[in-house]
Each structure stands twice: as structure tokens, then as C-alpha cells.
Design a protein around this ligand. Structure first.
Ligand SMILES: Cc1cc2nc3c(=O)[nH]c(=O)nc-3n(C[C@H](O)[C@H](O)[C@H](O)COP(=O)(O)O)c2cc1C
Length: 167
């Protein structure tokens, strides 16, 4: 069984709340929940499944903390690490760049040779464009607490059940 950690970034607290719900959905043993700005690579040394949770702010921007974290991650060789991504966004307010940051994180992680799991279908979302799409599906789980908060619980439960198969 692999150790799981959830590393999140947030500007206004939404992603932190969603990350805590993800932690509960994983159940026992609970994954570690870590703010990206306080996460060292040493802390992740025994982690086999790393969940990265982050919002998209601005068009195509990654939160600053994640830029630095991914640069560091690229310098470390983890044995058998798998990554899965959760992206917070607003498909009505930002339909042209819905959860774009998730796509950028995926690209950077894959370029380090680490495997990304947890792709999620686009059905149920309404948006125009997203850089988080690969082969017609999202590279991770989009969560929209602005316009579809009632779907968050079911989405988290289904996604966690899927990702847990990689443990
Ligand atoms: C200035 C601004 C820009 C945003 N840009 C995007 C965007 O490009 N794509 C998107 O899906 N959501 C966008 N959002 C929505 C945020 O991702 C969303 O509010 C998210 O839940 C914030 O998470 P946080 O509270 O963890 O920071 C934007 C929000 C603001 C205020």
C-alpha cells in the first residue's frame, strides 16, 4: 500500500477545504494534507501517490507556490511516484480557461518522467476551452465550487475510488 499525500495551494481557502474533503474521502489511513508553501521534498520521500490540488487564477497562471514546488520536484528522483491532480475553477466566470492550471501542472509533472493518473470525463461541465484536456478528457478532477458545489461530494467520492486503484 502506498503512502498518500495531498499538497494544495489556495488564495481564498476553497482548495484547502476541498483538499480536506479529499483527505476524508481517502479514509484510513488518512493521507497527509500539506500546504504547498510548507512542503519539503524530504516530507514526500515515502509518498507513492501524490495528489496535487490547486486553483486556476489569471489566464493560464499557476499559483506561485506551485511553480516553485514543481521546479523542486523535477530535481528529485522518486522511486515509483504516481501523481493525480485536482483543479479548482469557475466554468461560468472563466469558460475560456477552465481549470487551465491543471493542464500546466500535468505537463510539468509528465516532463519529469512521473506518471499522472486520475483522468476525468468532460460530461457534466459546460465550458468553451480548457488547457487541462488531453485526448478529450480532463487530466485530473475539475471541481467548481462556484457553480456546481452540489456535485463536489459525488465527484470527489467517485474520483478517489478510481485513484485508489493505483495504491
Ligand atoms: C481573478 C480570478 C481569475 C480566475 N481565473 C480563473 C481561470 O482562468 N479559470 C478558472 O477555471 N477559474 C478561474 N478563477 C476561479 C478560481 O479558480 C476559483 O474561484 C477557485 O475556487 C479559487 O480557489 P481558492 O479559493 O483555493 O484560491 C479565477 C478567479 C479569480 C478571482
Amino acid at each position: 500500500m502506498k503512502n498518500v499525500a495531498i499538497v494544495y495551494d489556495t488564495h481564498t481557502g476553497t482548495t484547502k477545504r476541498v483538499a480536506a474533503r479529499l483527505q476524508v474521502a481517502f479514509g484510513d489511513p488518512m493521507p497527509r494534507l500539506l500546504a504547498v508553501s510548507e512542503t519539503s521534498m524530504e516530507e514526500l520521500a515515502d509518498v507513492g501517490l501524490l495528489i496535487l490540488a490547486l486553483p486556476t487564477w489569471g489566464v493560464g497562471d499557476l499559483p506561485d507556490g506551485f511553480e516553485a514546488f514543481l521546479l523542486e520536484l523535477a530535481t528529485v528522483r522518486f522511486e515509483d511516484l504516481t501523481v493525480a491532480i485536482v483543479g479548482l475553477g469557475d466554468q461560468v466566470g472563466h469558460p475560456d480557461s477552465f481549470v487551465d492550471a491543471m493542464g500546466e501542472v500535468c505537463e510539468k509533472v509528465v516532463s519529469t518522467g512521473v506518471r499522472v493518473v486520475g483522468a476525468w470525463p468532460t460530461s457534466g461541465y459546460r465550458f468553451l476551452s480548457s488547457r487541462a484536456l488531453r485526448d478529450g478528457v480532463f487530466v485530473g478532477l475539475p471541481i467548481d465550487e462556484h457553480t456546481q458545489p452540489e456535485q463536489t461530494g459525488a465527484r470527489i467520492d467517485a474520483w478517489v475510488a478510481m485513484v485508489q486503484k493505483h495504491l
